[in-house]
Design a protein around this ligand. Structure first.
Ligand code: KE4
Length: 429
């Protein structure tokens, strides 16, 4: 038996589903996950010695690739000085200064340990600042697993949402309203019905969790106008897009300034870091300055912050984004050509170095359209690529990521594998 198989059997005996995060269990594509032994650059190796060209990059953080030398050196040096103090350190000031200088909308920023913590804290701040209870989110957007966010659209438009997870109380779910991504009319209708109750609108400015979906021209600007007109706060969840689509994130790319921003993934360089921040007027409400409480034993952990700072230092050379754009564009073209040659209906959505190949013909502007993609074909494509040594997200509704460790030859390898895997996927229909 393969080591991954025996490890998965052991894991399922002591870990729910054998994994520490559900999407890793391959339920979206079938089969069993391989277990990773190590990574280096754009590649990872499983415990059976198989090599994979990695386009998951740990779901976004590894924009420099695996075991990037400056990151490893920074982690080793920080660890040798101690792992955690529960007291402020110089590196936390350096990280906060890096974030506030890259994001003009952020004057004060608080570090936490995950994207979930960042989003749940930003929502609490918005509710504390406005004194209002209702939150608006978008179908298909994911902001971590805080209760208020695990909801799905209720029966009617402006009526309340219902829980999308056991354990979420209905009265809490009812405080979250949902609208289709890219649909400003739906948002206007929610505000027409419930505007005085709305504390905030939270949005992934470029969606990554329904697969990659870019904002339509005017969508983000429209959210900015609507929230401002109704005294609600606009929260950009840039956990994926922060330092990914531009050094200053989607708010730099699309020139829209939110009231609060959530960050994560890349700012930890592969270690647990999240952050939320906004204007002084908003963040002055956060304890110990104000009455909105939020805390964390390992917030601003010196080793995690060292990994994040080493990553940001490399990205501060903005030529990194031209390179990421070139690599992302080449992969997009490779996937499109593969689909054309295989005669497969394919829509590739891309923003910079994050992209998704949807197995459907129509454009994909929102979650309803994404759900029309063939998850069966995606699953076959995923395994066809895996057999050819290319690791993509084990779900149609996620993003693939290119890093600075990927080479032109890597992209060509992936495009060749995609041409074969798509032909295979289409034959099995
Ligand atoms: P974490 O709590 O997983 O660090 O971050 C939650 C989160 C918040 N906001 C956005 C836009 C996110 O994408 C995420 C987490 N992303 C998922 C997959 N896209 C992480 C993978 C997983 O859940 O295992």
């Amino acid at each position: 038996m393969s080591d991954s198989k025996s490890l998965f059997a052991a894991a399922t005996r002591v870990i729910p589903g054998g994994v520490n995060s559900p999407v890793r269990a391959f339920r979206g594509v079938g089969g069993e996950p391989f277990f990773v032994a190590r990574g280096a650059g754009a590649r990872i190796w499983d415990v059976d010695g198989r090599e994979y060209l990695d386009f998951l990059g740990s779901w976004g953080p590894l924009i420099l690739g695996h075991a990037a030398p400056p990151v490893v050196d920074a982690v080793v040096q920080a660890a040798a000085r101690g792992t955690s103090y529960g007291a402020p350190t110089p590196a936390e000031v350096e990280m906060a200064e890096a974030i506030t200088s890259a994001y003009p909308s952020i004057e004060l920023v608080r570090l936490v340990s995950s994207g979930t913590e960042a989003a749940m804290s930003a929502i609490r701040v918005a509710r504390g600042v406005t004194g209002r209870p209702v939150l608006v989110k978008f179908d298909g957007c994911y902001h971590g697993h805080a209760d208020s966010l695990l909801v799905r659209a209720g029966s009617g438009g402006a009526t309340f949402s219902i829980p999308d997870s056991a354990g979420v109380p209905e009265p809490l779910a009812a405080l979250t309203l949902t609208a289709p991504f890219n649909d400003l009319e739906a948002v206007k209708a929610l505000f027409a019905a419930r505007g005085p109750e709305v504390a905030a609108v939270i949005v992934e400015p470029v969606a990554g969790n329904m697969g990659v979906v870019a904002p339509r021209p005017g969508f983000l600007e429209g959210l900015r106008e609507i929230t401002r007109a109704h005294g609600a706060l606009l929260i950009f969840d840039e956990v994926i897009t922060g330092f990914r689509v531009a050094y200053g994130g989607a708010q730099e790319l699309y020139r829209v300034r939110p009231d609060l921003t959530c960050l994560g993934k890349i700012i930890g360089g592969g270690l647990p870091v999240g952050a939320y921040g906004g204007s002084r007027g908003v963040m002055d409400h956060v304890a110990p300055l104000g009455s909105v409480y939020q805390a964390g034993t390992l917030s601003g952990n010196p080793i995690a912050v060292a990994a994040g700072l080493a990553t940001l230092r490399r990205l501060a050379d903005r030529s990194a984004y031209a390179r990421l754009e070139a690599l992302g564009g080449a992969l997009e073209q490779g996937l499109r050509r593969a689909g054309e040659r295989a005669g497969v209906e394919l829509t590739v959505n891309r923003v910079g170095s994050m992209l998704t190949a949807f197995f459907c013909a129509a454009p994909v502007p929102d979650y309803a359209a994404a759900r029309r993609a063939s998850t069966r074909r995606y699953a076959r494509f995923f395994h066809g690529m895996l057999r050819r040594g290319v690791f993509l997200a084990p779900s149609q509704f996620e993003a693939a990521f290119v890093s600075l460790a990927h080479t032109d030859a890597d992209i060509e390898l992936a495009a060749r594998a995609a041409a074969e895997a798509m032909r295979e996927a289409s034959r099995e229909d």
